[in-house]
Design a protein around this ligand. Structure first.
Ligand code: AHR
Length: 355
């Protein structure tokens, strides 16, 4: 491995220098340097290309990866933040290939455009594990496996929650005037969640008034909601493709003198969201400002670690590894959902969940 050899040469040179002018304490230092070098030799080197830092979910995800791939666990982690740009992520992967890492882990910003660089990794004999969002490549053998969420199922759960709520409250399908604040265009999370809502709107006859990109950020969620409120005066549901967008949208709703809540008939605007990773999301749910959240689980570090351990033992991981996720609400109107013949219980949150 190129960088390990370079490090070994540097350490060897230093040891030589130390021996030339040495005393006994220097001997001791050189011994411990040698031990460190030996330990580093045995660590598994993982290059992780994270797509950015746009949301609370992403911060949790980065933290989960960093705390799995520690030196204590036997890893050297090379972390690269793509800052939402695919070009940065491609550059990072090429750097990992040059560094001859043992594994490449990629959290891709969008689905398409990965064929060439993943072919380069394959040619270099480096296994690639895709995490969180998917890649859309012509040849699935370009990556070893994928682990993440079923984003379309998340979207179906959120939309079916709305459907069951409308039925329980006797709301006519034409009374649902919904806008969608979408995530990053072309990302799996956006594609799946957008489809979940669009299909349900078509099936149930809801008025899906607008689909606007909110980039999964609070600032963009607020900005987009401000302009949607000016454009349409009859919005009564906003489907935000993550919690940060929802936090921003709620700020915009309140700044416009409206109320975020489930009483659509009484003029409130119902906010639906995804993720559910932090205290702020739980607080909004308990206050009824967000009516339901389809969980998106960010704790992929131990999952990717288990995949690498299996590969190290010569095992073959499942190609597609979907994570089980819940749907949360503090409103007891809807207790369970049937989707494609499967029942999903709604987890009803109470004040205790905040403690
Ligand atoms: O890909 C997962 C999505 O990306 C999360 O829902 C969102 O918060 C994040 O930025």
């Amino acid at each position: 491995m190129y960088w390990k050899k370079a490090l070994a040469a540097a350490v060897f040179f230093m040891l030589g220098m130390l021996q030339m002018g040495c005393g006994s304490s220097l001997d001791h230092k050189s011994e411990s340097l040698g031990r460190e070098e030996e330990e580093a030799e045995h660590r598994i080197v993982v290059g992780f290309s994270q797509l950015g830092a746009e949301s609370d979910w992403r911060s949790e995800n980065t933290e989960s990866m960093k705390s799995s791939f520690t030196e204590e666990n036997g890893y050297t982690l090379i972390f690269e933040d793509g800052q939402q740009k695919q070009a940065n992520q491609i550059r990072a992967i090429r750097m990992f290939i040059q560094q001859e890492v043992d594994y490449i882990v990629l959290a891709p910003v969008t689905e398409t455009g990965w064929d060439t660089v993943l072919q380069e990794a394959k040619d270099a004999g480096i296994p690639v594990i895709i995490v969180d969002r998917k890649v859309d490549v012509s040849d699935d053998s370009l990556f070893t496996c994928w682990v993440g969420s079923d984003f379309e199922l998340e979207g179906k759960k959120a939309a079916e929650w709305l459907n069951q709520y409308a039925l329980a409250k006797g709301l006519a399908s034409g009374d649902i005037h919904v806008v969608n604040i979408q995530g990053t265009k072309g990302s799996s999370a956006q594609i799946g969640r957008t489809k979940g809502l669009a299909d349900a709107a078509a099936a149930n006859g809801w008025d899906l008034m607008a689909e606007v990109i909110g980039d999964f950020t609070r600032a963009k969620g607020k900005e987009v909601m401000e302009s949607l409120l000016k454009q349409y005066d009859n919005i009564n549901v906003v489907y935000c493709e993550n919690d940060n967008e929802a936090f921003g949208a709620i700020e915009a709703i309140e700044a416009a003198g409206r109320k975020a809540g489930p009483d659509i008939a009484g003029g409130e605007i119902m906010v639906i969201s995804f993720d559910g990773v932090n205290e702020e999301a739980i607080r909004y749910i308990l206050e009824g400002k967000i009516i339901c959240i389809a969980e998106c689980n960010p704790l992929h570090g131990p999952r990717v670690q288990a995949i690498i351990e299996l590969l190290e033992e010569g095992g073959k991981p499942e190609k597609w590894q979907y994570v089980d996720e819940e749907i949360y609400s503090a409103n007891e109107t809807v207790k369970s959902l049937m989707i494609d013949g499967m029942e999903y219980k709604v987890t009803i949150l109470t004040q205790k969940d905040r403690e």
